[in-house]
Ligand binder design. Structure first.
Ligand SMILES: NC(=O)c1ccc[n+]([C@@H]2O[C@H](COP(=O)([O-])OP(=O)(O)OC[C@H]3O[C@@H](n4cnc5c(N)ncnc54)[C@H](O)[C@@H]3O)[C@@H](O)[C@H]2O)c1
Ligand SMILES: CC(C)(O)[C@@H](O)C(=O)O
Ligand SMILES: [Mg+2]
Ligand SMILES: [Mg+2]
Length: 347
């Protein structure tokens, strides 16, 4: 259906419009092979299975995630296979290896993309940056995308709670004439809230911007800046952490999620209101140039190149561990670990 967001009309699909029964009917003869069992793999595969679809998982034998798949109930030789066997058996191949992993697995996956099958992504990365990834699908298959806007962990959790994480959907190539029905049915099947239309290019550029920006990179940067200023001015770690992170995640963000920041502004003290009204524009103006620089780096393919280069190095895991350790060992997140332990529900 068409729905207005502010004054802009968009194509969206709701669960009422495309119920689960319809999705099951569309996919009744398909074998959905979920390739990769990292973060999105488990969320999507388990939700599809619990929604009554015919799902198998493809994963490297002997890996930690193979064991995780077994403990999640996937049965070796019946619903859990080596990657190549799953590619052979699947009619819809959900390519959920890491974006760098997709590059090395591509020649094998391509071999099994016989006419009529569908190749499914949860990111526009591989296809958009085809000069860098070499992922160029054959013409007689569907190439579709459902990109959950959040972690695979939340996709599963929200499904179990009877909620739904929103996803975008896109069709890159309709090789069979069935791509539209297939992509929407899969979007509903993996447990999406509502689905909004995009294309592969817009998905990857917005996603790379979001995760580097307000979803993770920018928010971590703003947290660190405020925490450091409070600490430098004599505030304790408890005070700095509560005033920077804990209050945001525990008290204010759930309210913003329910009602919007406009409501939050209308429902705090008059003192907070005055200050927050005065300060949001200076913060916007200070950070906007950084967001513009970030978007440019995404648009030119630099961000994609950097992530391919670093992910394909032999010492990738060790180097990553050093950087993650810096965050983990920072006083702010050490304080965070203590504060989380002190939450009454964790005692
Ligand atoms: N992490 C998320 O919550 C999230 C959210 C939305 C979209 N996505 C997209 O979904 C896709 C999967 O992401 P993810 O975070 O679940 O992946 P991941 O990094 O957790 O890796 C998934 C799996 O890939 C396997 N793998 C990696 N390299 C391999 C190789 N060379 N050969 C065989 N297997 C290999 C790993 O064993 C792992 O099981 C990506 O396209 C990602 O951009 C992820
Ligand atoms: C969960 C995120 C950050 O939305 C996703 O885009 C990812 O790449 O992990
Ligand atoms: Mg992403
Ligand atoms: Mg994302």
């Amino acid at each position: 259906m068409k729905l207005k967001f502010g004054s802009v009309e968009e194509n969206v699909v709701t669960r009422e419009e495309f119920p689960l029964e319809k999705a099951r009917e569309v996919l009744k003869d398909e074998v959905i092979a979920v390739l990769g069992y990292g973060v999105q793999g488990p969320g999507q595969a388990l939700n599809l299975k619990d929604n009554g679809f015919n799902v198998i998982v493809g994963q490297r034998k002997g890996s930690k995630t193979w064991d995780k798949a077994v403990s999640d109930g996937w049965v070796p030789g019946k619903t859990l296979f080596e990657l190549e066997e799953a590619c052979e058996k699947g009619t819809i191949l959900q390519f959920l290896l890491s974006d760098a992993g997709q590059i090395s697995a591509w020649p094998m996956v391509k071999k099994h993309l016989t006419p009529g099958k569908a190749l499914y992504f949860s990111h526009g990365f591989g296809v958009t940056y085809k000069e860098k990834t070499g992922i160029i699908p054959p013409p007689d298959v569907d190439v579709i995308l459902v990109a959950p806007k959040g972690s695979g962990t939340s996709l599963r959790r929200m499904f179990v709670e009877g909620r739904g994480l929103n996803s975008s959907y896109a069709i890159f190539q309709d090789g069979t004439g069935k791509a539209k029905d297939r992509v929407i049915a899969l979007g509903i099947g993996v447990g999406s809230g509502y689905l909004f239309e995009t294309d592969f290019y817009r998905e990857v550029t917005s996603d790379l911007t979001g995760e580097r920006g307000t979803l993770m990179g920018a928010i971590q940067g703003i947290f660190a800046a405020q925490y450091e200023v409070l600490r430098a001015n004599g505030h304790t770690p408890s005070e700095a952490f509560n005033e920077t992170v804990e209050e945001l995640t525990q008290s204010l963000m759930p309210l913003v999620a329910e009602n919007g920041m406009d409501w939050m502004y209308a429902n705090c003290s008059t003192t907070a209101q005055r200050g927050a009204l005065d300060w949001w524009k200076p913060f916007r103006d200070a950070t906007k140039p950084v967001f513009e620089k970030l978007y440019e780096s995404v648009k030119t393919g630099q961000e994609a190149q950097k992530s391919i280069d670093s992910n394909s190095k032999d010492d990738y895991r060790e180097k990553l561990e050093v950087e993650l350790k810096e965050l983990r060992d920072s006083e702010m997140w050490q304080a965070g670990a203590t504060v989380r332990k002190l939450r009454p529900e964790n005692n």
